[in-house]
Design a binder for this molecule. Sequence first.
Ligand code: ACO
Length: 367
Amino acid sequence: MISQGLKGVVAAQTSISHIDGEEGQLIYRGVEIRRLTKKYSFEEIAFLLWHGTLPSKVELENLKKELKKKRVLSSAVKSIIDQLPRNMDLMSVIRTIISAEGTTDYKWKPTISQAIKLTAMVPTIIAYWQNKLEDKTCHEPQYEMDHVENYLYMLTGSTPSKAHVDALETYMILTLEHGMNASTFSARVTASTESDMVSAITSAIGTMKGPLHGGAPSGVIELLNEIGEADNAEKVIRRKVENGEKLMGFGHRVYKTHDPRAVALRKKLLSLGGEDSWLDLAIHVENTAIEVLNELKPGRSLYTNVEFYAAAIMKSINMAKELFTPTFTASRVVGWTAHVLEQAEHNTIYRPQSEYVGEFKNPTAFE
Ligand code: ACO
């Protein structure tokens, strides 16, 4: 008896996060996620995921200092980026540069210091590449800015508004970690061979890139652009589902009710206020799609997932479509590294079996 896509298979024990797919709850280290987005920073929740407890004041200051120090790219790293072809997609750029980072200093066993380094590097790689593509001078990290504010600064070269930092920080906290998703599983499989932190994170980035995982939000923008206005929603959605297409930003392997991250992001978007016809359209599409999916795919419990409102958050802060999945990577690297550390603590190599469905040829034909 096989489980396609390992559906329902429990592959590891973890104390990093818990998803209750029936109740629509996500818990980081014992705390419900919506409590964590209200008053904590990216750095505090990253510390929580790596260490299991929130940081003291001193620990938080030390983490911030370390992230700031490690987010500056060396001239060697910049020169590798400069040699990459301009038409390379950004996820491949991140994967290549993180992989190149692993030539030294990343021996087994993985460490929190390595996790901090990779977390610090990803936003700078993204911004350096984006500045280069836009033929802008590279906006170097600003020491006085924290992680999320500095990321937005490096992309544009100007100090971002508090509202934009707040919206992106909420998104990043909500997407730092999510149990045994495909990319985290990749990271853990690689770590389980006693490879190294960089190899594990390189595997995860490659897995994150696919449209069925981290690549969905740009598909959401395309869906909403295709729909264009509320009156078209039902017709377009119906046609797509009847043709067997997947609606990007809907459905989830674990959540069989509303994804709490999508709920929290929608709330954040509404709290930003102001005229936003695109958000109105998104909410209309969400409601219409849930009705149509319920009718055409009864019993499948299909709702919006985090990617649906991630697209709206990114749009609200003027983030280019090409940066959606890379930005997701900039937050999820925290969860991946936490899992690699946990895997290293209680390691058993992953080695499932496969069921052979090929033929058994007559051996005499090969004599
Ligand atoms: N649109 C239309 N129908 C869907 C959708 C969707 N988005 N998602 C699932 N279904 C249908 C399937 O066609 C299938 O119908 P069937 O029983 O008639 O064959 C049924 O629901 C079950 O779907 P599966 O694909 O078997 O569900 P699975 O758990 O394997 O896949 C996944 C989950 C990959 C997220 C899927 O829902 C999907 O492809 N969604 C669109 C892409 C997306 O938004 N990805 C982001 C996920 S969140 C994240 O990775 C951070």
